[in-house]
Ligand binder design. Structure first.
Ligand code: NAD
Length: 260
């Protein structure tokens, strides 16, 4: 199949492109920057003309829409970019999907679940109004509604994926990334970090996520994506530490603040 990954230079996009290429798909990527890669185009999804030039010039069977401003604090600090990229960018893609009829995989987020106090199930989102806790979460929920409306009005086909805390090699630390790169980077660089006790999180190793995502060209079904968590958290963290030691070498130190 001929596929496009928007945000293809990002943490998940990079791994997904390799996985899809490995399975023999003609895989194109786009992102904000220029790149030496084959089958790559610079394209800002906020700009309809740029996206149309890319999508109109190829007959993609499937588009993975991973391009986004990621993360809640990034979204608060750079809210203009967040709303333009996540919401207008997705609308641009949906308009093109309605015209060209490719299938789409929308990268949503577990952030859409808000702070629901009971056990979260997929149908809860259809039955109970959930309050998203930050602009990033709101944009991801808006994206899902954009998709649902487009599907019902134009008969488009999209699978929405709500990713949870994807971690692993390739995720460079910035102050806006998740807890795993933050803890590892700070421990390696002798920097203090804060641990909030009493919180639970679900983590997914990036290769496991990309294996499942790469099944979608052949297995384009909502609900049961046959996702397998093959990599234990211990093993995934071990590999991530090894990668980060090489990617940003530094001394190790125990510098830890516990907040009860
Ligand atoms: N990493 C996670 O744990 C996680 C969890 C839930 C959802 N997601 C979603 O998965 C997707 C990929 O996340 P990631 O962790 O790889 O983040 P990332 O920031 O590494 O990748 C996003 C990519 O999108 C690109 N991008 C940003 N604005 C763009 C624009 N206007 N036009 C084109 N490209 C643009 C960035 O340059 C970047 O390469 C995002 O949609 C994110 O919201 C990620």
């Amino acid at each position: 199949m001929k596929v496009l990954v928007t945000g293809g230079l990002g943490f998940i996009g990079t791994k997904l492109v390799s996985e899809l290429e490995g399975r023999g798909h003609e895989t194109w990527a786009c992102d904000l920057f220029n790149s030496h890669r084959d089958h790559y185009r610079r394209c800002d999804v906020r700009e309809f003309r740029q996206l149309e030039k890319l999508v109109g010039g190829h007959k993609f069977d499937l588009v993975y829409h991973a391009a986004a401003e990621y993360g809640r604090w990034n979204g608060e600090d750079y809210y203009e970019n967040l709303w333009m990229t996540n919401v207008v960018g997705t609308k641009n893609l949906l308009r093109l999907q309605e015209a060209y009829k490719f299938k789409t995989v929308l990268f949503s987020s577990a952030e859409v679940y808000g702070d629901y106090p009971e056990t979260m199930r997929e149908n809860v989102m259809d039955e109970v109004p959930i309050k998203q806790m930050n602009d990033y979460a709101m944009t991801k929920w808006v994206n899902e509604m954009q998709v649902l409306n487009s599907t019902s009005m134009f008969d488009t086909e999209t699978v929405r994926i709500r990713l949870f805390n994807v971690y692993g090699p390739g995720e460079h630390y910035t102050p806006y990334r998740g807890v795993v790169p933050t803890f590892i980077y700070k421990a390696l660089h002798d920097l203090p970090y804060t641990v909030y006790r009493g919180h639970k999180r679900t983590f997914e190793y990036v290769n496991d996520v990309c294996t499942t995502l790469a099944n979608l060209p052949e297995y384009f079904k909502p609900r049961d994506l046959r996702h397998r968590c093959e990599t234990s958290l211990e093993e995934g963290i071990r590999r991530t530490v090894i990668w980060m030691e090489e990617a940003s070498p530094a001394r190790k130190k125990e510098a830890l603040t516990i907040v009860e």
